[in-house]
Design a binder for this molecule. Structure first.
Ligand code: AMP
Ligand code: ZN
Length: 464
């Protein structure tokens, strides 16, 4: 079965055919780094990480070029820097480091490139120059605007009439615009804000042109896959597409457009402006990143995802169970026929059906548990299939013992190990009262002790 992806432009699932299978390209719009990102912002990170892993599996690790950008020029960054009285880079470096740390904790592989707007300035200015030269943009009052009337396909991606789009997006009406839908490619900076020299005066780029220039510089146009959240279809992606098509003679801008649905709190999307956010940075202090990842992939990426405590608790239970199986199958050497069986990948090949793939992981784990109990000959093959599918999804990469002890910090771990050793010694000396007392102390620390032939092991009990 071939990979099928739902393409927003075609409004249908299409067979994925890269323009060059030896160099598959994907770009996903990333964060504006002025604050910690909320868990909704990490939905695209995790979803496109699964696609990145799948593409690497299908085309080879070195064949996939995945650029995920960072917007490090923005009014909100300027405001935050002014508020703290520090240079802009102090803000962007701090929050980019936090973002990358959180993404890694959620099991996302680093993208092959992470371009930044500030490092793409020459390419941005050149691209605006080409747009002006091609009559797709015009300069007015220190600004450069994209001329939406020059591109007959404008609106094709979002598929809405222009009037409706303008009303919906509340586009800024400015006297220097020839048409209300025209959007900024370059604008003057306010006093004290960072600015760059350009043929149209000092200033800074608009958000949309940053992405188009980063794509051109990092990957080259057209790209195979362009991704982001559904809120980016209009105006951001519509505008990226218009710029890309008008700046050069490309057969297309992105061959497949993929958009993830919202992560919702109750009836509303999680968003900073609504004030209903949970920061990944905070949540990761309470929950293993893998459990959050499991919860984020628990709905198909195009569907809305209801974010609830119960879903997170269930995710943790599922992983407890899976790691429990792997712990019991520790002595089994995974061995398969080499290549991953098509059956195992089938749910992911069908437009990244992660809930179905996770159900398959659970089924394989149940099969493995049974095979281990019965010491059946197929246990190594089942373990191979399970681990191969889990790897493509970024799950079950930890040692089972580390998973179960993950709730304890280093100090607590040392204390628990000491108590376990003291209890083993008490039992060896048949001092049952002392052994029971120590067990009670461990229970009070929320530690579950499991006695086995090679001595006792332990795990943190689940949080109530
Ligand atoms: P932003 O920093 O708002 O530009 O968002 C960064 C990425 O997160 C974009 O791809 C957005 O579409 C996506 N995003 C923002 N909020 C949510 C949400 N509640 N659920 C899913 N994706 C979101
Ligand atoms: Zn973008």
């Amino acid at each position: 079965m071939a990979l099928k992806l739902y393409d927003t432009m075609a409004r249908a699932k299409r067979d994925f055919v890269p323009s060059d299978p030896r160099r598959v390209t994907m770009y996903v719009c990333g964060p504006t780094v002025y604050n910690y990102s909320h868990i909704g912002n990490f939905r695209p990170v995790v979803v496109f990480d699964v696609l990145f892993r799948l593409l690497r599996r299908l085309y080879g690790e070195d064949a996939v070029r995945y650029a995920a950008n960072v917007t490090d020029v923005d009014d909100k960054i300027n405001a935050k820097a002014a508020e703290e009285g520090v240079p802009i880079t102090a803000i962007t470096d701090r929050y980019l480091a936090a973002y990358n740390g959180d993404a890694a904790a959620l099991g996302a592989l680093p993208p092959t490139a992470q371009p930044r707007a500030t490092q793409t300035m020459a390419a941005i200015i050149e691209m605006i120059g080409r747009l002006v030269h091609n009559n797709a943009a015009y300069a007015a009052e220190g600004h450069v605007l994209f001329n939406t009337q020059s591109f007959s396909d404008y609106g094709k991606l979002s598929g809405r009439p222009l009037d409706e789009m303008i009303a919906g997006a509340r586009v800024e009406v400015a006297p220097y615009k020839q048409h209300p839908a025209d959007f900024v490619l370059w604008k003057p900076s306010k006093p004290g804000e960072p600015e760059w020299e350009s043929p149209w005066g000092p200033g800074r780029p608009g958000w949309h042109i940053e992405c188009t220039a980063m794509i051109e510089q990092e990957l080259g146009l057209p790209i195979d896959i362009h991704g982001g959240g559904i809120d980016l279809v209009f105006p951001h992606h519509e505008n990226e597409l218009a710029q890309g098509m008008c700046e050069g003679h490309h057969e297309s801008y992105a061959r497949y457009w993929l958009h993830n649905g919202f992560l919702n709190m109750g009836d509303e999307k999680m968003s900073k402006s609504l004030g209903n956010v949970t920061l990944a940075h905070d949540l990761l202090k309470q929950q293993p990143g893998e459990a959050i990842r499991w919860a984020l992939l628990g709905a198909h990426y195009r569907q809305p995802l209801a974010w609830t405590e119960e879903a997170l608790a269930q995710a943790r239970n599922s992983l407890d169970h899976l790691y429990g199986v792997l712990g019991r199958a520790r002595h089994i050497q995974a061995a398969g026929g080499g290549a991953l069986l098509e059956d195992q990948l089938e749910p992911l090949l069908d437009d990244l059906n992660t809930p179905a793939a996770m159900a398959l992981i659970k089924k394989l784990a149940t099969d493995l548990d049974t095979a281990v109990r019965k010491t059946a000959a197929e246990a190594p093959a089942i373990k191979h299939d399970l681990m191969a599918l889990a790897e493509v999804m970024g799950f079950l990469q930890a040692d089972p013992q580390v998973w179960f002890q993950g709730g304890a910090d280093e100090g607590l771990k040392a204390r628990i190990d000491g108590l376990i050793a003291a209890r083993d010694a008490a039992r060896a000396g048949k001092d049952w009262a002392e052994a029971d007392r120590i067990r009670a102390e461990l229970t009070a620390l929320n530690v579950e002790v499991m006695d086995g032939p090679a001595g006792a092991t332990w795990r943190m009990k689940e949080q109530a």
